[in-house]
Design a protein around this ligand. Structure first.
Ligand SMILES: [Zn+2]
Length: 282
């Protein structure tokens, strides 16, 4: 968490256990020979048929890095180091399952802009993007992890930007909207964002529930906020705040390998649970 993440509007999101989206954004165009002839690419069924032929791509995005340290704890822990450590541990655990392709937006202490992070995720064909951060707040008593999704407000401003770019580059995977009327472009962008948001909410809820079994959550552990990350239109995205570096007990806990292991195992369980709904794994 840094200054850019302030002013979260707290909202608990209740979603049905299965995303009711017709267009799972992971439904990218695949080699047509690999698709069954009847698969409808614009439906969830189409996605299931297509995606069962490949491993889900999970993009892990360790927050901050390089000249941007993020928050600093009372013992001097830098957010950028904690996020990288947890992200690398998660990558290792996910790869151990053999079920996923894992892509990192950074693997070292390096500054990467937000747009570059999104570009990496889109280029990798990410099915989900998991951004990892650690929080900091003036009140030293506050502690607990939290899970965020992309906010409505951010989405609107993002839609405008995407619309401006739509005639120059591909802004939505699998949909060439160059040359379409502005209304059509807008409708397609909004649709991709809505689908992405439903899936993000469902994914965030799965993560929150699983982490909550092992780790102390912030009282409201799923919130939507205006976050300075996760601006891709069509990749379901969540942001996990590991805990508060401004709380000295939690800062110590975050440095503890057993704590990290609990985090990583719970996240892996959540990811397995999430993708098993789509029969992608197991
Ligand atoms: Zn942060």
């Amino acid at each position: 968490m840094n200054k850019a993440h302030k002013n979260h509007q707290i909202k608990i999101v209740h979603k049905p256990p299965f995303p009711e989206t017709k267009n799972f954004p992971g439904n990218k165009p695949l080699d047509s020979k690999r698709l069954t002839p009847l698969s409808k690419t614009a439906t969830t069924e189409g996605f299931l048929a297509a995606a069962s032929k490949r491993k889900p791509v999970i993009v892990i995005d360790p927050g901050h890095g390089g000249k941007d340290p993020g928050a600093t704890g009372s013992f001097g822990t830098k957010e950028k180091n904690i996020t990288l450590k947890y992200s690398l541990a998660l990558k290792k655990e996910l790869e151990k399952t053999g079920k996923y392709k894992v892509v990192m937006t950074r693997k070292e202490n390096k500054f990467i802009s937000l747009s570059e992070r999104v570009r990496i995720a889109q280029k990798a064909g990410g099915d989900v993007l998991i951004s990892i951060h650690a929080d900091s707040i003036a009140n030293p008593d506050i502690q607990g992890f939290s899970v965020y999704t992309l906010s409505e407000r951010r989405k609107d401003s993002e839609a405008k930007k995407l619309l401006e770019k739509a005639n120059h580059e591909d802004v939505i995977r699998g949909a060439n909207i160059k040359g379409e009327s502005k209304d059509v472009q807008e409708a397609i962008i909004n649709f991709a964002q809505d689908s992405s948001k439903d899936i993000s909410n469902d994914f965030a809820a799965t993560i929150g529930r699983n982490l909550g079994k092992e780790i102390h959550p912030l009282v409201k552990n799923q919130r939507e906020g205006s976050l300075a990350v996760l601006t891709g239109a069509d990749i379901p995205s969540v942001l996990i705040e590991l805990g508060y570096l401004s709380n000295k007990y939690e800062e110590k806990a975050l440095l503890d390998n057993n704590h990290m292991e609990k985090f990583v195992l719970s996240l892996t369980t959540a990811i397995n649970e999430y993708f098993s709904k789509f029969n992608l794994v197991f």
